[in-house]
Design a protein around this ligand. Structure first.
Ligand SMILES: [Zn+2]
Ligand SMILES: [Zn+2]
Length: 166
């Protein structure tokens, strides 16, 4: 996604709003088994001064993710702040610098570079997700099983310590 920065270059030091959408490849997040459900929105300002373009924006999108606790799929809104600078190509630059090319910048580059850092490493479908039963494997959010009660009963029968406790 190319962002035209001509206006910002002609009126240096002034903030210009921009709002763009673009689709990102699921392959970026396939290690986690997640999927993009929406395009990525980047909404913010650009400001050009002294051969540098500063971009401050909010990045937002919706993912289909997998609960780490119970394995169910659920939708998750992700939002993070992006603050990066692009420099002119004629300045000496490193490979990791973002460049201004023919008065355009590739805004998806810094978004992709910051993407994984801003997706939570732990995903829970809800704060109190009950997870799966360790015995029968049922999702305890949707159904109850009698395994806990059964295990307690077995404990009481077989375990000599539980006899002692009494
Ligand atoms: Zn869950
Ligand atoms: Zn169970």
């Amino acid at each position: 996604m190319l962002l035209n920065v001509v206006k910002a270059k002609t009126e240096q030091g002034k903030d210009f709003n921009f709002n763009v959408n673009f689709q990102l490849e699921n392959s970026l997040i396939e290690d986690k088994n997640y999927q993009f459900l929406t395009p990525v929105t980047v909404n913010g300002t650009m400001n050009y001064l002294n051969d540098e373009l500063n971009v401050n924006a909010k990045v937002s999108f919706k993912l289909l993710v997998v609960c780490d606790n119970c394995g169910e799929n659920f939708e998750k809104d992700i939002e993070f702040d992006l603050s990066e600078k692009f420099i002119e190509q004629y300045d000496s630059h490193n490979e990791e610098d973002y460049l201004i090319k023919q008065a355009c910048v590739e805004i998806d580059k810094p978004v992709i570079d910051n993407l994984l850092l801003n997706i939570p490493t732990k995903m829970l479908c809800k704060d109190d997700c009950k997870g799966l039963c360790a015995v029968c494997g049922k999702n305890k959010n949707f159904s109850t099983c009698s395994c806990d009660a059964l295990m307690d009963e077995l404990d009481n029968l077989d375990n000599p310590f539980s006899q002692l406790k009494k």
